[in-house]
Design a protein around this ligand. Structure first.
Ligand SMILES: *Cc1c(COP(=O)(O)O)cnc(C)c1O
Length: 408
């Protein structure tokens, strides 16, 4: 069918998305036109508190002045070169990224999924060229209920039926073990295992925190079996859980690390795969790349984002505000709330499905002026920008209280 713009000029933005877009999302019925700090405004002028921060991409708040300034200044100067040439922005960005995370090297990409794909390519090639696994035999172990992005390879090792259904055949070479079970990981390791890919806290699975000591045990097992420990911190990294990296809660340094989401300062897609020297050394010119990965605009914004993270002590703020959020949520003590999970400002509130779907709770919150998203039908995600104040946290919890009472 041919699009006839004239016939849709007066249609609403939602109607236009529904008419011309793909139905791969089911957004809440709100049309946002402006954002500033922890607040968003709808096209009817209504103000909302953002308790979702675009799945942690907006950790610095909307339109952070320093980040917008860095974006505009760099856009005026030089935005895009490709990696066919050097730019004056990429090196300093990679240095700051490595110094901050204590990793040896970083490879910039754009989306989170690309960073994870990069990690998998590095792990396999390291398996063949360093560990000595026979050609085409490398195995990567992943955790059940993982989320790594939406490419065909990544959904191929998802344990979520809907993410896979209709999209096969999938990339072989992956094995799933239960999340949080270090013994299961050790039992699954064979001489062909090159890496274990794991989220320190599972985000999309419903904010699932593993048992204390899990990451330390995984680190010890991976070291003992010469298997790369690769942590996907695209959602948990950069202060979200109250530490720079969620791995820091257990004092663990992975061999490979993926970052994304907040790395772009809420302005651009910026991701990276970071690794130990001998792992990154597998990449030779021509092995891997990305047209936009590491472009000067992304590097300038990513660099500024890392500086803001440190200067504004956002990890510490996430820790203290997260404690307040947890305390207030626990005080609700409503029977419809069956669990409250998380760390820092990555919190999931599980709603009894017999009471209401998490979607209905989110719709109620929207009417109360609080925006967030359900995960897996039963979990309401509370993950505001890390710059949120104590008063806004109290407001959000009060709104949740009113919504749950009204639904009861
Ligand atoms: C969001 C996410 C990804 C994928 O990032 P995209 O930018 O959506 O491709 C990968 N891993 C984790 C843990 C994530 O939360």
């Amino acid at each position: 069918m041919t699009a006839r713009p004239g016939s849709t000029l007066s249609a609403s933005p939602i109607a236009l998305e529904e008419r011309f877009g793909a139905a791969n999302y089911l957004p809440l019925p709100v049309v946002l036109t402006r954002g500033e700090g922890v607040y968003l405004w709808g096209d009817d002028g209504k103000r909302y508190l953002d308790m979702m921060s675009a799945y942690s991409a907006v950790s610095f708040g909307h339109g952070h002045p320093r980040l917008v300034e860095a974006l505009i200044a760099q856009a005026r100067q030089l935005a895009m070169t490709s990696r066919a040439f050097h730019s004056d922005r990429l090196g300093p960005f990679l240095q700051r990224l490595c110094m901050l995370t204590s990793m040896d090297r970083a490879l910039p990409m754009n989306s989170g999924a690309e960073a994870v794909e990069t990690a998998l390519k590095a792990a396999r090639k390291w398996g063949y060229t360093v560990k000595g696994i026979a050609e085409e035999r490398a195995q990567v172990i992943v955790a059940g209920n993982n989320f790594a992005g939406r490419t065909t390879t990544l959904v191929g090792f998802s344990s979520e039926a809907q993410y896979r259904s209709g999209f096969g055949p999938f990339t072989p070479g992956f094995l799933i073990v239960p999340f949080g079970d270090a013994a299961a990981l050790e039992a699954a390791i064979t001489p062909d295992t090159c890496a274990f890919l794991v989220e320190p806290i599972q985000g999309e699975a419903g904010i699932v925190v593993p048992p204390a000591g899990y990451l330390r045990a995984v680190r010890e097992i991976c070291t003992r079996h010469n298997v790369l420990m690769i942590c996907d911190e695209i959602q948990t990294g950069l202060g979200r859980t109250g530490k720079l990296l969620a791995c820091d809660h257990e004092g663990v340094r992975p061999d490979g690390l993926t970052l994304g989401k907040a790395l772009g300062g809420g302005l651009l897609p910026v991701s990276a795969f970071l690794a130990r020297e001998d792992v990154m050394a597998v990449f030779k010119p021509g092995d891997h790349g990305s047209t936009f990965g590491g472009n000067p605009l992304a590097a300038a914004v990513g660099d500024a984002a890392l500086q803001v993270l440190v200067d504004e002590r956002l990890a510490e703020r996430a820790a203290s505000r997260g404690e307040l959020l947890m305390e207030r949520l626990h005080a609700l003590a409503h029977p419809a709330i069956v669990a409250i999970r998380g760390k820092g400002l990555l919190v999931g509130v599980e709603i009894d499905p017999a009471f209401a779907t998490a979607r209905r709770v989110c719709e109620g919150l929207m009417r109360e002026g609080v925006l967030t998203k359900d995960t897996h039908g039963t979990v309401v995600r509370l993950a505001p920008p890390l710059v949120i104040g104590a008063r806004e946290i109290e407001e959000a919890v009060a709104a949740l209280d009113r919504v749950i009472r009204a639904l009861a």
